[in-house]
Design a protein around this ligand. Structure first.
Ligand SMILES: NC(=O)c1ccc[n+]([C@@H]2O[C@H](COP(=O)([O-])OP(=O)(O)OC[C@H]3O[C@@H](n4cnc5c(N)ncnc54)[C@H](OP(=O)(O)O)[C@@H]3O)[C@@H](O)[C@H]2O)c1
Length: 213
């Protein structure tokens, strides 16, 4: 007997910061599978040097990594558009439980990601209380070979991936998550990050996997 296989319905995504790196790869893979993508870039058509753009100003880190993403999400949530899932790309550098003390020069970056994690947890808690159907997730994409990672760090970086490898794993992880996981922080390969206590999110403790690092 033949069974008709129907493709999953196409989804619509907004990718903020899609000019290069992980954001660009999300847009590419989502379009390739037939979804619709709205992608934002600051300078359309701009050539990008493969050099790390370093923000040595703490306020600038907060503006870029914390305030910008949160305000953007708040405006979307208040726009009247039905939002299924909002994913904030965070970082293991922002982990409070797994402090990465060797990351000299990353303190402003780490602090901005820790603040992003905490803001997103509050956003998820409030939305849950208000019976919203929107899922809020935080995602650590892994060590990914992008412009951002093209810098001499002074320590060994293990397990680096291409953007394609990271994003295809991230998409699989995102699609296993629902309202029960709203406000939680995951690695690209579907492991729980220690930054957010999974037991408080209503998720079964049995799903807990130790963080790999
Ligand atoms: N790569 C890694 O190993 C790694 C690890 C952990 C977390 N992450 C996180 O993953 C996310 C993407 O990083 P990536 O590796 O893809 O970096 P990337 O290749 O350097 O790309 C950064 C993207 O962010 C945009 N952007 C930078 N500053 C901005 C600003 N002030 N306002 C608006 N847009 C801005 C850039 O746009 P322009 O082209 O206009 O500059 C570009 O699209 C970041 O949140 C990063 O913290 C990456």
């Amino acid at each position: 007997m033949m069974t008709a296989v129907t493709a999953p319905p196409a989804k619509t995504w907004l990718v903020v910061g899609a000019s290069r790196g992980i954001g660009h790869e999300f847009a590419r893979q989502l379009l390739e599978r037939g979804d619709s993508v709205y992608a934002t870039v600051r300078k359309p058509g701009a050539e990008h040097m493969a050099a790390f753009c370093s923000y040595d100003d703490f306020a600038f880190h907060l503006h870029t990594n914390t305030i910008g993403p949160i305000i953007c999400a708040q405006r979307l949530l208040n726009s009247g558009i039905s939002i299924g899932t909002t994913i904030f790309i965070s970082s293991d550098s922002g982990s409070t439980q797994n402090f990465r003390e060797k990351e000299d020069g990353f303190s402003a970056y780490s602090a901005s990601k820790a603040a992003l994690n905490q803001m997103a947890r509050h956003m998820a808690a409030e939305l849950k209380r208000k019976k919203s159907e929107t899922v809020i997730l935080l995602l650590h994409p892994g060590e990914v070979m992008t412009d951002m990672a093209n810098v001499d760090l002074g320590w060994e970086v293990e397990g680096q991936m291409t953007p394609a490898e990271s994003v295809s794993a991230c998409l699989k992880t995102i699609e296993t998550k629902g309202l029960d996981e709203s406000g939680t922080f995951w690695t690209w390969d579907n492991k729980v990050s220690p930054t957010v206590d999974i037991t408080r999110s209503g998720c079964a403790l049995i799903n807990y996997q130790p963080y790999p690092w």
